[in-house]
Design a protein around this ligand. Structure first.
Ligand SMILES: Nc1ncnc2c1ncn2[C@@H]1O[C@H](COP(=O)(O)OP(=O)(O)OP(=O)(O)O)[C@@H](O)[C@H]1O
Ligand SMILES: [Mg+2]
Length: 493
């Protein structure tokens, strides 16, 4: 402390002397010599005043590649405006949610981190570069700008700066970016795969799907357990490593059309801020395409295969085994096979990305091969079902902003009796801006559906009677056939 004071007072007296010297030398020396005297005095002054300081430069580029640390500092500092800051830069990109605020060149930001003062300054320098002109076959110098942040702090905090503060900035900016992240949905560029290309095989657009866990009408207990499962999954990086499992999780969403399977996928993506890769299995010509697509996806993403029962031949496994045993390789070059898909989910290749979620949807779970469904492949099976009174309350709040509404006994009874999908109920709720009117529409719809269902039931019952007659007839025929067979058998014997 005492040393610092002495230094500062020395520096101050030097500065004062500099002013006196300046007026003297201005009288007697030419400009060039005057500048030299001043710059020597200034560098001496700077050396004395900053001898206790350490500076770290963070350049925008390292070689030709952008420096991740520079980008992190830029993001981090945009949230830190100190009293020293006089000027900021503001920008807005078409697909960004808000304004991008960054530091202007020459500005200073002072950040107090765990009681230590860290001072940042953004510098921009012009540099010369020798550029070779291909056409003229000669080289010429061209000027370019290079930017860097200068971080200065007391020398004694060197360890803290390098091993605590800078890593903290990296993590912090990662979190900010994650929060601001726009979710993208990718579809495969199958034409490129057809041409044998391996780069740019996914095309992405922003996914602005409004579905969230709050807007999703589903059993509250099931919703809570899905959210908890997702949260547990993303925080278990070390756990997965320790137990020797690839860091991935599979979900099977099953249920009738219009019960919210696709909406749940969007809600999961919004909840985790994960991008979605939508795989159209019918477009994929071979297992090797499937592998290439898998390698082309990023970490922290969701791979979705919708209507899995329609996109893969569920009987093929048996056929495939038979084909293999006959020594042919027919299926490998024609389409994705079930075993190719199983490999994709949990074979060696599946470990090539981290924090991966795989979601299959189907209307008919019972049609799926058990191999697809076992834990480790589809870890959680989520049944999306018809609208219950509790899930209806979510829809009512979504569509009519009505909370704490006590459900009319009539609606509650109808919802329990009638199998109406959330999509159907939502459609009725949209018919009027007035919640009472909409409710009337819904009651009418549910009653109509109830009548329809009871008529269907009656039809089914008569079908069952007819069916059982047919069955009996068949049995009679079979009995006759059996007797004939016995005769034949008997005659053979
Ligand atoms: N559980 C739900 N919660 C909120 N809205 C829902 C729900 N289910 C359906 N909807 C509404 O119905 C529309 C269709 O639902 P969605 O596409 O998610 O159903 P799905 O189960 O994927 O159907 P399919 O089996 O035909 O693909 C949604 O856009 C949404 O408006
Ligand atoms: Mg769907």
């Amino acid at each position: 402390m005492a040393t610092t004071k002495t230094m500062l007072s020395a520096a101050a007296s030097i500065a004062a002397s500099a002013v006196i010297i300046r007026s003297m030398v201005q009288e007697f020396f030419p400009r060039k010599i005057r500048d030299q005297i001043f710059s020597s005095a200034l560098s001496f002054f700077t050396r004395v005043s900053s001898s206790s300081k350490l500076t770290i430069n963070v350049h925008e580029f390292r070689g030709n590649l952008p420096n991740e640390m520079y980008q992190a500092v830029q993001t981090y500092l945009s949230s830190k405006i100190s009293p020293y800051t006089r000027c900021l830069q503001v920008a807005k990109q078409e697909d960004s949610k808000g304004l991008e605020v960054t530091m202007e060149v020459g500005e200073t930001v002072v950040d107090l981190f765990e009681g230590t003062e860290f001072r940042w300054k953004l510098i921009c320098k012009e540099k010369q570069k020798l550029v070779f002109n291909q056409r003229r076959k000669d080289s010429m110098t061209s000027m370019f700008e290079t930017k860097f942040f200068v971080l200065s702090f007391h020398k004694k905090h060197k360890e803290k700066a390098l091993y605590v503060y800078l890593p903290h900035i990296l993590q912090h900016s990662k979190n900010i970016k994650q929060e601001e992240k726009r979710i993208r949905i990718y579809s495969g560029d199958y034409a490129k795969l057809q041409q044998g290309l391996i780069q740019g095989i996914w095309n992405g657009v922003n996914l602005d799907h409004p579905s969230t866990f709050d807007t999703l009408a589903m059993d509250p207990e099931l919703k809570r357990s899905v959210k908890e499962d997702l949260e547990r999954f993303v925080r278990r990086k070390a756990y997965y490593r320790r137990v020797g499992k690839a860091w991935k999780r599979g979900y099977l969403l099953y249920g009738p059309p219009g019960t919210g399977k696709s909406s749940l996928i969007a809600a999961i993506a919004n909840f985790l801020k994960f991008d979605i890769y939508d795989l159209e299995l019918t477009e994929i010509k071979s297992n090797s395409w499937l592998r290439q697509l898998l390698v082309g996806t990023a970490n922290r993403s969701i791979i979705v295969i919708e209507d899995i029962d329609c996109t893969i031949d569920l009987l093929e496994k048996k056929e495939e085994d038979e084909t293999k045993s006959r020594g042919r390789n027919k299926y490998h070059n024609e389409k994705v096979t079930l075993s190719g898909l199983l490999n994709f989910i949990d074979g060696l290749w599946s470990g090539c990305r981290d924090e991966r979620i795989i979601i299959f949807t189907t209307n008919y779970k019972e049609m799926l091969d058990f191999a697809l469904l076992r834990p480790g492949r589809m870890d959680m099976h989520i049944h999306m079902s018809y609208c219950s009174p509790s899930s209806f309350m979510t829809l009512l709040s979504n569509y009519h902003n009505v909370d704490n509404h006590t459900l009319k006994p009539e609606v509650e009874r109808l919802l329990r009796e009638v199998a109406a999908t959330p999509a159907e109920v939502a459609e009725e709720l949209m018919k009027s801006d007035d919640s009472d009117d909409a409710m009337r529409c819904l009651i009418k719809f549910l009653e109509g559906k109830k009548v329809e269902a009871s008529e269907e039931n009656k039809k089914d019952e008569s079908m069952v009677v007819e069916g059982s007659q047919i069955e009996e007839l068949k049995e009679g025929e079979v009995e006759a056939e059996k007797q004939e067979g016995m005769v034949v058998e008997g005659s053979e014997i």
